[in-house]
Design a protein around this ligand. Structure first.
Ligand SMILES: *[C@@H]1O[C@H](CO)[C@@H](O)[C@H](O)[C@H]1NC(C)=O
Ligand SMILES: *[C@@H]1O[C@H](CO)[C@@H](O)[C@H](O)[C@H]1NC(C)=O
Ligand SMILES: *[C@@H]1O[C@H](CO)[C@@H](O)[C@H](O)[C@H]1NC(C)=O
Ligand SMILES: *[C@@H]1O[C@H](CO)[C@@H](O)[C@H](O)[C@H]1NC(C)=O
Ligand SMILES: *[C@@H]1O[C@H](CO)[C@@H](O)[C@H](O)[C@H]1NC(C)=O
Ligand SMILES: *[C@@H]1O[C@H](CO)[C@@H](O)[C@H](O)[C@H]1NC(C)=O
Length: 806
C-alpha cells in the first residue's frame, strides 16, 4: 500500500488510482464461491495478486462505463492486460461480478442482465484467484483449473501465457479504449504466426512481409503445433520458427506483448521506478507497412513520422477518423479516355486488390487496360520490371522512397485542371490532411512509447543540424533520464553519429540477401537496400581486400567525414570477418554513362551542370577536404545523378583503401580505367591529383560529344589507328585553340542536342577538356582553376534556341 501511495504522488495525472489511498482493506487475491465484487465499491472490491503486480476488478473509463479487467498495479497508467467485456461496458451502478453457486463466474449489468460469463458448470468450483502471472483462474476443490483468463486473451500476451491455435490478440480500436479494433495476431491455417488487418471492408495480411513466401520470411509451416510463448527472460518463440529477444533480455522485468491499436505488435518492459513502459521489440519498423491503417483510398506517408493523407481529388471521409479513409471529390461515371486523366503518384502503391496483373506489360498497355475498365480507379506500374497492376479498390496505400513504382490515379480531367495550382512545391497528395497525425499519435504514447519518438527523431536527424539535435537531445535527456536512461543514451548516440557501423545481418536484411545488384566495379558489386528506418541505401560489397579491421575502421571513417553535395555520402560500413561492406546514400538517376551513351537524352543545361558539379566535387577532394584525396578512377560510371541531374561522385577514397594490402609503396598497383588513365600510370611516375584532372578531361569531352572517346584507346591493342584517332583529335583541337581558330563546334557537339546548346559554353568545355589531357601533368590545370573558369560562364541564358555568338 505504501508503495502505491508514492506512485500516486509522483503521477498526479491519474486521479483514478486515488482509490488505493483509501484502501485500508487488506485486499485479497481470492473471491470465494457465492460472493461478488460490485462496481460501486470498485476502489476496494478488487483482487490483488500475491506479489502485488496485478489487480483485478472494475475499471472505469469515461463517466459511467466499467469493464471487468486485470491491470498492472505498478504502471502509472494502470495498463490493462485483460478485459472480460471489452465491447459491452457495464453501468457504474448495480453491476457486479459473482461466482455463482452453479460454478459460473457471471458479470451482470444494472438491470441484472448477464453481460459475460465463464460458462463453467462444475459444482465444485471453489474460488476465483488472481495469480502472480496475471492469470485469473477459477479453481475446483483439488485446485484443478476450471477456467482461466489466459485462455481468453484480449490484446495482450503476458509471459508464459500460451498463444495457441484457437486464440488471437485483437487490438483496441484506439488508444485508451477497450473496444475491439481491426488488427489481429494469430496462427493462420498454414501454421504461420501472422498480423492481419481485419476491417469492416477488407482483410489483409501484412506481417511477415507478404511479398515473400513462408520460407523467404524465415518461417516454416511444417510444425502444426501452433504454439507461441514469451518466457520470463524476454525470449519469444513460436512453432513456425519465428523468435526474438527483448532488447533488455533478462529476468525480473515485467513485460507485456501487445497488439497495439496502430497495428504494430510491440513488446514492452515496465520501468518500475517511473511506472512507464519502454518498447523493447516491435514487429514492424515503419508504421506505413501496416495494412488498412489509412482506410480506403488513404495513403500513409513518412513526414518523417507516419501520417495518413488523401490522394489528389480525394478528401477525408470523416474528419479525424482515418478508419473511414478518403472519399472522391468527384462522381465517377463510366468515362472514356477524353474525360479522364492519370495523375502519377511517385513511390506510391496500394497493396493488393489487383484486377489485372501482368508481369511483362508496356506502360501503354497498362494505361489502356485501366481506361477500358469503367471501375478501374488507377494502376500501378513498375518500369524496371514491366509490372502492371490495375485496381478497382484502393486499400493499403503507402508512399515510401524504397517503393520502385508509380501509382497512376484516374481522375476526371476537369478535376485535374483544378488541382494544378495546389501542386506547388509540396507533395500534392499531402495537401489538406497534412496535419492529421496517424492513429498512433505521439501524444497517446506519452507514457508508454518513448522509443517511438526517438525513432522519429532519428529520422529527421539528417534534415536538421547536429547542433539543433544536440540541444534537443540534451533537453530530452534532462527531462527523461530518470525514466529511461539506457535507451535514451543508446538512441542518442545513434542519432548524433550519422556515420555508423552496421552488422552484416542488418545489411543482409536491408538488401534482401543482396538481391538487387545495381552496379559492379573493380572494387566490388553494389546492391540496393532499405534500412530499417526506411532510408534507401546502396551497399557496396568489397572484394576480398583488406584484412586489418582497425585500419579499415580508421580509413573508412575518414571517408565518412567527407561531406559535399557533389560527393556520394557514406553512411556507414560493416566489417565482420570476411564481410567488408560500405553503405552509401542511394542516388536515384543511375550513373552518367547510362544516360550519355544510351538512347537517353541529356539536355545541355544538365550537361553543363554535371561538368561543373563534378569539378566542384573533385576540387573539394583535392584541395579542401579533411584529407587530401585522389579519386584515381574518374569516369562516367562513377558519376551518379540525382533527381535533378546534380552529379555526385561515387567511389572516392577507395584508392587508398584498396591498395593497402598490396605492399607498402604508395599506389604500387595501377588503378583506374583504360581510356581515362593519365600517362603517369604507364610511365611509373609519382601519382598526384593531376591523374584525376586527366580523367576528368576525357569525361568532359565525352559529355560534349555524347560518345565514348575512351573507347578509342581501349581498343588500341587490336587497332592502332583508333589510338591515333584520339591523339589526332586532341592534337588538332589544341592546334586550333592555340591559333584562336574556329573549333568547328557544330561538328563536335552531340547531334542529339539538335543545336540547342550554348556555343560559348561548348567551346569553353572543349578547351578545358583539351587542357586537362595534356601529356605533361604540370601543364594540366587544377580542379580549383577549372571550377573558377566554369563559374564564369555559368550565367548563360537558359536554353538558347538559336545562339550565334560564336
Ligand atoms: C459463454 O457462452 C456464450 C454463449 O454461448 C458465449 O457467447 C460466450 O463467449 C461464452 N463465454 C466464454 C468466456 O467463453
Ligand atoms: C514444434 O514446435 C514446438 C513449439 O515450438 C516444439 O516444441 C516442437 O518440438 C516442434 N515440433 C517439431 C516436429 O519440430
Ligand atoms: C536470443 O538469445 C538466445 C540466448 O542468448 C540466443 O540463443 C538466440 O539466438 C537469440 N535469438 C535471437 C532471435 O536473437
Ligand atoms: C455526385 O452526385 C450526387 C448525386 O447524384 C450529387 O448530390 C453530388 O453533388 C455529386 N457530387 C459531385 C462532386 O459532383
Ligand atoms: C516481354 O514482351 C516483349 C514484347 O511484347 C517480348 O519481346 C519479350 O520477349 C517479353 N519478355 C518476356 C520475359 O516474356
Ligand atoms: C508557389 O509557391 C511560391 C513560393 O513558395 C509562391 O510565390 C507562388 O505564389 C506559389 N504559387 C501558387 C500558384 O500558389
Amino acid at each position: 500500500m505504501k508503495r502505491k501511495t508514492i506512485t500516486i504522488s509522483s503521477f498526479p495525472l491519474f486521479p483514478l488510482i486515488i482509490f488505493s489511498i483509501c484502501g485500508s482493506f487488506a485486499s485479497s487475491n481470492k473471491l470465494d464461491r457465492g460472493s461478488s465484487l460490485s462496481v460501486e465499491e470498485h476502489d476496494s472490491d478488487i483482487l490483488t495478486s500475491p506479489g502485488k503486480t496485478f489487480t483485478c476488478g472494475f475499471y472505469g473509463l469515461g463517466s459511467n462505463a466499467y469493464w471487468f479487467s486485470i491491470w498492472f498495479a505498478d504502471s502509472s497508467d494502470r495498463t490493462v492486460v485483460w478485459t472480460a467485456n471489452r465491447d459491452k461496458p457495464v453501468n457504474g451502478q448495480g453491476s457486479k461480478v459473482t461466482l455463482r453457486g452453479t460454478g459460473s463466474l457471471v458479470l451482470t449489468d444494472v438491470d441484472g442482465s448477464v453481460v459475460w460469463e465463464t460458462n463453467t458448470t462444475s459444482t465444485d468450483a471453489r474460488s476465483l484467484e488472481l495469480l502472480d502471472s496475471g492469470n485469473l483462474v477459477l479453481r475446483g476443490h483439488d485446485r484443478t483449473i476450471l477456467w482461466q483468463s489466459f485462455e481468453y486473451p484480449t490484446d495482450t500476451l503476458l509471459p508464459n501465457q500460451l498463444l495457441t491455435k484457437s486464440k488471437k490478440l485483437v487490438s483496441s480500436l484506439r488508444g485508451g479504449a477497450f473496444y475491439s479494433g481491426y488488427f489481429n495476431l494469430y496462427f493462420d491455417n498454414d501454421n504461420v504466426l501472422r498480423l492481419m488487418y481485419d476491417g469492416p471492408d477488407i482483410s489483409s495480411l501484412y506481417w511477415p512481409n507478404p511479398d515473400f513466401n513462408v520460407f523467404g520470411n524465415g518461417r516454416t509451416n511444417y510444425n502444426s503445433s501452433r504454439i507461441a510463448v514469451l518466457d520470463e527472460t524476454g525470449h519469444f518463440q513460436s512453432s513456425d520458427q519465428f523468435q526474438f529477444n527483448a532488447s533488455d533480455r533478462g529476468r525480473g522485468i515485467k513485460r507485456r506483448l501487445t497488439m497495439d491499436h496502430d497495428g504494430n505488435l510491440r513488446l514492452y518492459s515496465l520501468d518500475t521506478q517511473s511506472g512507464s513502459w519502454v518498447v523493447t521489440w516491435q514487429a514492424l519498423p515503419g508504421l506505413c507497412n501496416v495494412h488498412g491503417i489509412c482506410g480506403r483510398n488513404g495513403i500513409c506517408v513518412y513526414t518523417p513520422e507516419p501520417k495518413c493523407t488523401c490522394p489528389p481529388g480525394y478528401e477525408m471521409s470523416e474528419p479525424s477518423d482515418w478508419d473511414k479513409g478518403c472519399k472522391p471529390k468527384f462522381n465517377f461515371t463510366c468515362s472514356k479516355s477524353p474525360d479522364v486523366k492519370f495523375v502519377p503518384l511517385p513511390d506510391t502503391d496500394y497493396y493488393g486488390f489487383d484486377v489485372i496483373y501482368n508481369n511483362n506489360a508496356s506502360f501503354n498497355f497498362c494505361r489502356q487496360a485501366c481506361l477500358d475498365d469503367c471501375s478501374c480507379l488507377g494502376f500501378s506500374y513498375r518500369e524496371s520490371e514491366r509490372l502492371c497492376f490495375t485496381k478497382r479498390s484502393l486499400f493499403n496505400g503507402y508512399k515510401a522512397p524504397s517503393f520502385p513504382g508509380t501509382f497512376h490515379l484516374k481522375l476526371p480531367i476537369s478535376l485535374v485542371a483544378s488541382l494544378k495550382p495546389t501542386r506547388n512545391g509540396s507533395d500534392p497528395e499531402c495537401s489538406g490532411a497534412r496535419d492529421q497525425l496517424l492513429v498512433g499519435s505521439l501524444t497517446l504514447y506519452d507514457n508508454i512509447g518513448k522509443r517511438v519518438r526517438w525513432a522519429y527523431l532519428y529520422w529527421f536527424a539528417s534534415a536538421i543540424g547536429v547542433v539543433e539535435i544536440l540541444v534537443f537531445f540534451l533537453s530530452w535527456w534532462i527531462l527523461f533520464r530518470k525514466r529511461d536512461v539506457q535507451s535514451t543514451v543508446e538512441d542518442g548516440y545513434r542519432m548524433i553519429s550519422q556515420f555508423r557501423k552496421f552488422s552484416y545481418e542488418e545489411l543482409k536484411n536491408a538488401t534482401q540477401n543482396f538481391k538487387k545488384e545495381i552496379g559492379r566495379g573493380a572494387s566490388g558489386s553494389v546492391y540496393k537496400g532499405v534500412l530499417a528506418d526506411q532510408r534507401v541505401v546502396a551497399v557496396k560489397r568489397l572484394g576480398d581486400v583488406y584484412h586489418d579491421e582497425e585500419v579499415f575502421w580508421a580509413e573508412v571513417s575518414t571517408i565518412g567525414r567527407i561531406n559535399h553535395m557533389n560527393l556520394v555520402r557514406m553512411w556507414g560500413f560493416c566489417c565482420e570477418g570476411k564481410h567488408k561492406l560500405l553503405v552509401y546514400e542511394y542516388v536515384e538517376n543511375q550513373s552518367l554513362d547510362k544516360h550519355l551513351f544510351s538512347g537517353d537524352f541529356i539536355e545541355w543545361r544538365d550537361r553543363f551542370r554535371i561538368v561543373l558539379g563534378t569539378a566542384k566535387g573533385l576540387a573539394y577532394l583535392h584541395h579542401e577536404c579533411l584529407e587530401w584525396v585522389i579519386h584515381c578512377d574518374v569516369k562516367p560510371e562513377n558519376i551518379l545523378l540525382d533527381k535533378t541531374f546534380e552529379p555526385k561522385i561515387a567511389d572516392f577514397g577507395l584508392a587508398k583503401l584498396l591498395q593497402r594490402d598490396g605492399g607498402n609503396s604508395q599506389f604500387s598497383r595501377i588503378r583506374g580505367t583504360k581510356g581515362y588513365m593519365a600517362p603517369e600510370w604507364a610511365l611509373n611516375l609519382p601519382i598526384t591529383a593531376k591523374v584525376d584532372v586527366y580523367s576528368y578531361g576525357v569525361m568532359v569531352l565525352e559529355i560534349v560529344r555524347g560518345i565514348r572517346l575512351s573507347n578509342w584507346v581501349a581498343k588500341k591493342v587490336e587497332n592502332e589507328e583508333q589510338e591515333a584517332e584520339l591523339t589526332a583529335f586532341i592534337r588538332e583541337m589544341r592546334r586550333r585553340i592555340q591559333r584562336g581558330e574556329d573549333l568547328g563546334i557544330e561538328d563536335l557537339v552531340d547531334k542529339r542536342l539538335e543545336g540547342k546548346y550554348s556555343r560559348k559554353q561548348a567551346r569553353m568545355l572543349v578547351e578545358i577538356g583539351v587542357s586537362c589531357v595534356e601529356e605533361d601533368r604540370n601543364k594540366r590545370p587544377t580542379m580549383d582553376a577549372i571550377v573558377h573558369q566554369l563559374l564564369e560562364i555559368d550565367d548563360e541564358p537558359k536554353l538558347p534556341e538559336s545562339d550565334n555568338e560564336d
